[in-house]
Design a binder for this molecule. Structure first.
Ligand code: GRF
Length: 218
């Protein structure tokens, strides 16, 4: 039997998206396994999650490097050494430089808790609430050199209620993140994702738009 391809997952915190990816892998819903989990924070709970599943973990403290580029070059080295075919940013709270982005062209995914291009940056749910939108959601996209600007692969929509707080909205969005991140990884490994400028096309996947009507929270 041939070995499954591996992915590298980068985290900074709780790692609930990482958990969703590990679970999807163990259930055979995505055709890959998590080969290495890298955190820039030694106390990230996601590291414990990974270890519980026997996954190799590494901590690379960004504060130990003089520049972002040096940090990124070290990250690249670890990931290349792991043989990972895809890099998944899952709550990784560092902006990555072109050194990193160009090392893995079209092979880095990110998840963001808003419907991009609305509300990029660190506080997606807070910005959605204060703007007053009626719907928000989450986005999995390819990483490019900007912050949350790369070509979009999958989005899911959630309603915003009058009595929402930042926490209740973030929690509703997170449920959908856990659903669409494995979905995007599955699409990546299907080999069918075609990037056409800003648009990511999925020939032979007519069911993708249907996804928007299946959101149990909507
Ligand atoms: C998620 O909402 C992710 O989109 C954001 O940070 C959060 C990380 O959650 N960038 P977790 O660490 O996966 O639980």
């Amino acid at each position: 039997m041939t070995e499954k391809p591996t992915i590298a997952v980068l985290i900074s915190g709780s790692g609930s998206n990482l958990q969703a990816i590990i679970d999807a892998s163990e259930r055979g819903e995505i055709p890959c396994r998590v080969g290495v989990v890298i955190s820039n924070k030694a106390d990230a709970y996601g590291l414990v999650r990974a270890q519980k599943h026997g996954i190799t973990t590494k901590v690379l403290d960004h504060k130990a490097f003089a520049t972002r580029e040096e940090f990124d070059a070290n990250l690249v080295e670890i990931i290349r050494g792991s043989g990972a075919e895809l890099v998944c940013l899952a709550g990784f709270m560092r902006v990555l430089t072109p050194v990193f982005v160009h090392a893995f062209p079209n092979r880095i995914l990110n998840i963001h808790p808003a419907l991009l291009p609305s509300f990029p940056g660190t506080h997606g749910p807070r910005q959605a609430l204060s703007y007053g939108v009626r719907f928000s959601g989450c986005t999995v996209h390819f990483l490019d050199e900007g912050v949350d600007t790369g070509p979009i692969i999958v989005q899911a929509v959630v309603p915003v209620y009058d009595d929402d707080t930042e926490d209740t909205l973030a929690a509703r969005i997170l449920v959908q993140e856990h659903r669409i991140y494995p979905m995007a990884i599955r699409l990546f490994f299907s080999g069918k994702l075609a990037i056409d400028g800003r648009r990511v096309k999925v020939p032979g996947e007519p069911r993708i738009p249907e996804f928007f009507h299946r959101n149990p929270d909507a």
